[in-house]
Ligand binder design. Sequence first.
Ligand code: SAM
Ligand code: SF4
Length: 329
Amino acid sequence: MTKLIDRFGRTVDYLRISITDRCDFRCVYCMAEDMTFLPRNQILSLEEIYILAKTFVELGVKKIRITGGEPLVRKGALELLQQIGGLNGLHELVITTNGSQLVGTAAILKAAKVKRLNISLDTLDAVKFKELTRTGNLQNVLNGIQTAKKEGFERIKLNAVVLKNRNHDEVCDLVQFAINNEIDISFIEEMPLGVVEKHNRAEAYYSSDEIRADLEKRFRLEKSPDKTGGPSDYFQIPKTKTRVGFISPHSHNFCSTCNRVRLTVEGRLLLCLGNEHSVDLKEMLRSPDFNAENLKQAIVNAMEIKPEKHEFNIQEQPVIFRYMNMTGG
Ligand code: SAM
Ligand code: SF4
């Protein structure tokens, strides 16, 4: 079978798909307050997403993550997940969600063979939650987490973006919450994607090393050999079921083991989160001379332009003007 291998010898077997740029939240690090969303004809239809997912699986992709925007606010998302979950050759279907819709959807996700859930949760304080998400309701998300737990997913992981002077003082409480609920948690350094208004990214930077030092005052962290194929470094908290991960795009570059590409909501195949190298697959899909073999070949060829690494600089204005919600964070 043809495999996706880039010019640095990295095998790409993981695809992240942003199925919508829309969201019911407006997190301060992710979106502007009054976002303009894309017109419907510019975003991939559910059928187009399915064709692309199937093509990637035929090219050796083993894991697909559905993300957004908030994937669960797109109409038809659950049917799409069911279809993708049934693809022959796919080992893992996972989803990243803000948790707001989980009470009503967790059972359907489980039935669609979604194995693991990543749920974003930056704070346990309802007032701060509202400030950080602008429109979110903490209790909905907490209820969603409990519903998901009852469904018995293989693994649930919380994702927390840490901003200095906004939620950095809560990292221990978030880990305690993860321990109490027997789930994992990863801390993420903010990435400079899109222009955000209300905070200065350089001032809000709180490194993974600082978070780890804070945690080590209260918990023992033992380096875990587990790798989920992702950029997280994992630590086990002894005598608990919880692992703590650190995603550190600034302080610990993880590009050398990168195994992933992203499909943006507009159908661009993005070869690296921190660079603009991309190929327009929507144009190919919508061309009157669409040909499945040419599409496959274009994806194989795209591996030639996968950059070696990202270069994020939070001191400067962003060079990446797309927001995380379009990109498939
Ligand atoms: N709406 C879903 C959610 O929030 O989980 C899925 C999409 S969201 C873009 C995926 C992840 O990206 C979330 O965990 C979010 O916290 C993270 N994220 C968004 N903007 C970010 C940024 N500028 N830097 C780092 N992480 C970011
Ligand atoms: Fe929405 Fe997720 Fe972005 Fe927050 S991080 S605004 S929940 S897409």
